[in-house]
Structures are given as structure tokens and as C-alpha cells.
Design a protein around this ligand. Structure first.
Ligand code: Q9C
Ligand code: ZN
Length: 663
């Protein structure tokens, strides 16, 4: 199962023919630089290239009116003056004699992508298109958009494939109001958009772009707007919105298809967005969506006007779709107050519609700004040419280790297909062996235990050297194995391990003392106040069998903690009697690969070894199966997790979900 890439040079064959400062950023080079960057980096070669086609009139009419289509149809025969006059009817658009042709190809490209993904010919993919689509409406072009590519694709997927739930994630920096209007009363399409808003000072200045536009009638709750009320939002702000708003809701919704309105004007250096998120953030945003809908993710280009930022971000997206390991998240820090206000407001506005947000904090006792603050920008102070002059380091090359997944198993066990079997009896440095004997095996120890531990050490060392990406090991004594790996890995000065224990076995103690290990335990056992700040017990009444509870814990606690801790290795530990379903386990295994450059080591207690093959699939990059629409988590659990979250806030800023407290 591959990754589709859809591109046709034909879509570069229209451009602005007159002077219009508002439209001059939308240039054909947007597509050529993006595609050339994919070719130059070798990524295009790894994709399945799929031809574009023209959308049919019937397909365009899934969203647009006949009158509008008839008008656009006339544009190829118009003179420049007529095109100019025609464009003036609309907001921030231009037309060219070839616009109509390209607009049909842009829609057709999105539909080709959806067809190939839904017919199972590829797993996921990206379409590089012009013109973009998300601003266009039933009766109108808008914001460089002619036809609403993604909205048509959603409607097409529902109609042709009978889909009941489609998620649209619009990470473009503008509000896709056109998409919102199409689906605001439709509960089968969940539309999420974040966008520069500045309390409506920013284009297109609509009150319905604010957080309180939650959808209408049957579609109430299925429209999610996150307004950015300041420029300069960073990676931390974006990740916070994913963890605390989009992902919990998306998992509760359980889409059968994810469409991404993939605009890159939300990236650094963009003259329209003026945000500060670096290109690598798009690897993370993409990864975090890839375990929804069984991995069926279709990204369709929208905006993006800084050619360097755009092409780097497109590469990050495609490389993640291909399954290559993510980069370490860069410069994460505290989300800014304005972002937290937006998060707080949108969680509050949606608390009634999504049980994962049912506990969202009230707004009344918090400081929420309602007006743009800061000094008003002086006119002419900075042009788009100044804005694109920002510089940032080029993203580091992401190279996949030669071996993706290694397995350490007992001799009689069958090695899962695709994994490289490691011998447990690898020769071991005598000093390491001595240390293992001394620390873990009480004197002589049996040789079998020693070779098991030494196999683990070898595996972690190969992961550290980037010879192996990830791995799994079935072990007899899980507590000892965990302690042994943590101790070995944290010996090196810059290493940190995130340990995620699933189930109630005895978690190793004293491994968090130097704060180079962070332990998050998800289980049912009430634990007394943990001694160490880096030992975090998440207690669920029904334990890990409770799907909604685990998912709530993953997005509300585990991922934000993981991102902030920024480990060099993730150790996922399956305790005896974990009761976790394969589905939840695969989600956890898949999602955690966003950290530590994908270096995830899974330790499985022998009696849980039935999960070896699902674990291997997830480590090999197979998307997790959907969990079904989620029920509300238990109120007691939600309350406990909230208390825990608030307690941890002092140390972990990515756990914040509210604006500053006035009290
Ligand atoms: N002076 C997309 O990114 N800018 N469209 C208006 C007002 C229009 C953006 C600026 C931006 C349209 C697909
Ligand atoms: Zn945009």
C-alpha cells in the first residue's frame, strides 16, 4: 500500500494578468517549487504517481450552483478586461483564460486521490493543485479559489462510497468559510479549521469564523473553528490545539476518511499567515492524523505563499505519509496566552457536543480578550516582501534506518513477517554483562536471563545508532527488563526515555530519580501519591479495557507530556493482565511513533505475547484499525484525570487548556 502523489504541470498554466496586490502571491511557482522539491529529495520516486483528470460538470454541481458553473465556463473566451471585470464580482480572486480548465483539474485531482484511497489502491496521498478550493462557495469564487476541491471530494466520497463520516482538517491559515457553509448543517462531515482571525480584523472578517460557530440544526457540533487572535503562533500552539481539541473529537467522531485542506500559509515566513510554525510541524500534524480512518488520509493543497516554507512543508507532509520516521519536534515551549484563550473558548463552545470535552472549563472566571491588542500596525510598515524575508534553518534530512522493526523473541516463537529477528545470545561486552549481573541478576543469575537482557541492550544500542528504527521484545520479567533498558539508555548524557506502562504490573521503581526517565502508567490500580514527579500514574476505573478512558488519557496527558519531555527513546511496556484491546494498543503504538524520531521499543510480558503480531504491524507502519465511535469516558475517571492534569501543570506547560485564571 503506497502513497499517491497527484500533480500535473498543466495547473501551472494560469496566472495573474494585471496588477492586483491582493492576488500577486498566488503564483504558478507555488506548484513547481513544491513538486521539484519532492523530486529533488527523492520523495516523488517513492510515491505512486496518479494522473489528474477533469472533474465532470455533475461532480462540480455536487457543491456549486448551475448558474455559477455557467458563469465560470465562459471565462476561457473572455478578454483580459472581461476577466478583470468578472473577477471584481468576487472577493480576492483573479481569472485567466486557462483558470477554468485548471479548476476542473484541481477538483479532478482531489477526486482521483479519494478514488484511489477508497478503492484501496493506495493507503494515502497528496494532490498538488491550483487553484485552491476552500474559500469558494456554492455561488462564488473567493480568495484565489474557483471550485471547492475538498468539499466536492467529501460529498463525492459520501455519495459514491456511501461514507457516513468524513473529517476535514483545514490547517491552512485562512478560514475555509466555503467548506463551513457547505456542511454546517451536515453531521456526516466534521469540519475543523484553525485560522488567523485577530478578532475579525483579518480577512475575510467574518463573525462566523469565530469559535462559537459550531454548526447548525442536525450539524450542530460538527463545525469546529479555532480562531488565532494573534500572529506569531508556534509549533507548541499548533500541537496544543491538536492534542486538546481536534484529536479527542476526531477519535470520538471516528471518520471513515480524512481529507486535509493542506494549506501551508500557516507555516513560518508566509506573508499571509505571519505565523512561526516550522516546516517539521507538518510532519507531526500529518502523523497524528494517520491512525484515524484506518490511515485513509488525503491531503489536498490549499494556500502557502512563501515558496521555501511551502516546499519544505509539502516535503515534510509527503515524507510522513510515506511512513518515514518523524523529526524530533523542534523548539517546543509554552503555548502563548492568546492560543490558550482560543483553545479554552472552543473547548467550552463544544463541551455539549463532544463527551471528550464535557469537562471543559467555564469561561466566566478567566481573562478572555475580545479585542485585538497590541499596537495597531502602521500602514505600509511592512510589505509581503519583508514578511517572506524571515529565515529559519532548513529541516534536517529524515533518513529511515536500514532496518525498520526488530524482534527479540524466544527461540520457539515465530517472527512476525517484515521484522528482523535478533538473536538473544548476541555477544556482549563483558563489562556490560558484569553490570547486568550486578544490578539485575543478583550475583551469577541464569544465563538465559542474562542473554535476554543483553539482547535488549544490543537492540537499544542499534536503535541509538540509527541502525534499527523500532523494535519489540517478549520478556519474562518485564519489571527487570524495563529497569535495565532505562538504566542503560540514560547512562548517555543527552538521552531521555519516556516509559509508557500499560496495565497494572509492578512498574520499576527508582528509575525516574535523575529525571531522565518519565514514566506514565495507565492502569486501574489506585496508587498512593507517587514519590517522584516523573512517575505519573493515570488511573482508570475499568483499567485499559476502557477505550474512551485510554484515549482521553493519551491526548489529554500522554502526548502533551511526551512532546514536552522530548525523549530520545519511547519504551512502551505491556504489563501482565493489561486488558487493553488490540485496537487501542495499536493506536498507542502508532501514535507514540511521533516522538523520539520514531524510536519506540515495545516490551511485552510473556503472558501477553498474543499481541506480538498486532504490535509488529503498528511498528512496521501499518495504520491502526478504527476504534468505532467512542462513548463518554467515566465521569469519575475524567475528574481524576483533570485533577492529575492540574497538578502536573506546574511542570508541564503543554498540559494547559485554559486562559489565565483571574482568581
Ligand atoms: N487584503 C488561500 O490561502 N487575501 N487563499 C486577502 C486582504 C486573500 C487566501 C488579503 C487570501 C486568500 C487559499
Ligand atoms: Zn490560506
Amino acid at each position: 500500500m503506497g502513497t499517491a502523489l497527484i500533480y500535473d504541470e498543466e495547473m501551472t498554466s494560469y496566472k495573474l494578468l494585471w496588477d492586483d496586490p491582493e492576488c500577486e502571491v498566488e503564483v504558478p511557482e507555488r506548484l513547481t517549487v513544491s513538486y521539484e522539491a519532492l523530486v529533488r529529495s527523492g520523495l516523488a520516486d517513492h510515491c505512486v504517481s496518479i494522473p489528474v483528470r477533469e472533474a465532470t460538470e455533475e461532480e462540480i454541481l455536487l457543491i456549486h450552483s448551475e448558474e455559477y458553473l455557467e458563469k465560470v465556463k465562459k471565462t476561457p473566451h473572455m478578454s483580459v478586461q472581461e476577466l478583470k471585470d468578472f473577477a471584481l464580482q468576487f472577493n480576492a480572486v483573479y481569472f485567466h483564460p486557462n483558470s477554468y480548465h485548471c479548476a476542473k483539474l484541481a477538483v479532478g485531482a482531489a477526486l482521483q486521490l479519494v478514488d484511489h484511497v477508497l478503492m484501496g489502491k493506495v493507503r494515502n496521498g497528496m494532490a498538488l493543485v491550483r487553484p485552491p478550493g476552500h474559500h469558494s462557495m456554492r455561488d462564488a469564487a473567493c480568495g484565489f479559489c474557483t471550485f471547492n476541491n475538498v468539499a466536492i471530494a467529501a460529498q463525492y466520497a459520501k455519495q459514491k462510497y456511501g461514507l457516513k463520516r468524513v473529517l476535514i482538517v483545514d490547517w491552512d491559515i485562512h478560514h475555509g468559510q466555503g467548506v463551513q457553509y457547505c456542511f454546517e448543517d451536515d453531521p456526516s462531515v466534521l469540519y475543523f479549521s484553525w485560522h488567523r482571525y485577530e478578532h475579525s480584523i483579518f480577512w475575510p472578517h467574518l463573525p462566523e469564523s469565530d469559535y462559537d460557530a459550531v454548526g447548525k440544526d442536525k450539524g450542530v457540533g460538527f463545525n469546529i473553528n479555532v480562531p488565532w487572535n494573534k500572529v506569531g503562533m508556534t509549533n507548541s500552539d499548533f500541537l496544543s490545539v491538536f492534542c486538546h481539541v481536534l484529536l479527542p473529537v476526531a477519535y470520538e467522531f471516528c471518520p471513515e476518511l480524512v481529507l486535509v485542506s493542506a494549506g501551508y500559509d500557516s507555516g513560518i515566513g508566509d506573508p499571509e499567515g505571519e505565523m512561526c510554525a516550522t516546516p517539521d510541524i507538518f510532519a507531526h500534524l500529518t502523523h497524528l492524523l494517520m491512525n484515524l480512518a484506518g490511515g485513509k488520509v488525503c491531503a489536498v493543497l490549499e494556500g502557502g505563499y512563501n515558496l521555501t516554507s511551502l516546499s519544505q512543508s509539502v516535503c515534510q507532509t509527503v515524507q510522513t505519509l510515506l511512513g518515514d520516521p518523524n523529526p524530533r519536534p523542534e523548539n517546543l515551549r509554552s503555548p502563548c496566552q492568546s492560543a490558550l484563550e482560543s483553545i479554552h473558548c472552543v473547548r467550552w463552545a463544544h463541551r455539549r457536543y463532544w463527551s471528550c470535552l464535557g469537562h471543559a472549563a467555564d469561561l466566566s472566571s478567566f481573562q478572555i480578550s475580545t479585542k485585538p491588542s497590541g499596537s495597531p500596525k502602521e500602514a505600509g510598515e511592512s510589505t509581503w516582501k519583508d514578511k517572506v524575508a524571515v529565515v529559519w534553518p532548513e529541516p534536517v534530512k529524515r533518513v529511515a534506518p536500514p532496518v525498520r522493526t526488530a524482534a527479540l523473541l524466544s527461540d520457539e516463537a515465530v517472527c512476525p513477517e517484515g521484522c528482523k529477528r535478533l538473536a538473544t545470545s548476541d555477544k556482549l561486552d563483558p563489562r556490560v554483562a558484569g553490570k547486568l549481573r550486578e544490578n539485575f541478576l543478583e550475583g551469577e543469575g541464569d544465563s538465559e536471563a542474562l542473554s535476554a537482557l543483553s539482547g535488549l541492550i544490543t537492540l537499544t544500542e542499534k536503535m541509538e545508532k540509527d541502525e534499527i528504527l523500532n523494535g519489540l521484545a517478549v520478556v519474562r520479567d518485564i519489571t527487570m527488563a524495563t529497569a535495565c533498558v532505562v538504566q542503560h539508555v540514560t547512562m548517555a548524557p543527552n538521552n531521555r526515555v519516556l516509559v509508557v506502562c500499560v496495565g497494572d504490573g509492578e512498574a520499576p521503581s527508582n528509575i525516574t530519580e535523575d529525571r531522565k526517565a518519565l514514566v506514565v502508567r495507565i492502569g486501574s490500580r489506585e496508587t498512593k501519591q507517587s514519590k517522584c514527579k516523573n512517575d505519573i500514574p493515570v488511573c482508570l476505573k475499568k483499567g485499559c479495557a476502557d477505550v474512551s478512558g485510554v484515549i482521553q488519557a493519551v491526548f489529554g496527558l500522554l502526548l502533551p507530556l511526551g512532546y514536552e519531555f522530548d525523549p530520545s527513546l519511547v519504551l512502551l511496556v505491556r504489563m501482565p493482565g493489561s486488558e487493553v484491546s488490540d485496537g487501542v494498543w495499536q493506536q498507542l503504538t502508532g501514535l507514540l511513533q511521533c516522538l523520539a524520531q520514531g524510536h519506540v521499543l515495545v516490551l511485552i510480558q510473556e503472558c501477553e505475547k498474543s499481541c506480538v503480531s498486532p504490535t509488529a504491524c503498528s511498528l512496521l507502519g501499518e495504520p491502526a484499525p478504527p476504534l468505532g465511535q467512542l462513548q463518554a469516558p467515566l465521569p469519575q475517571d475524567v475528574e481524576d484525570m483533570e485533577r492529575l492534569r492540574r497538578k502536573l501543570l506546574a511542570d508541564w506547560t503543554l498540559l494547559q487548556t485554559t486562559a489565565a485564571d483571574t482568581g
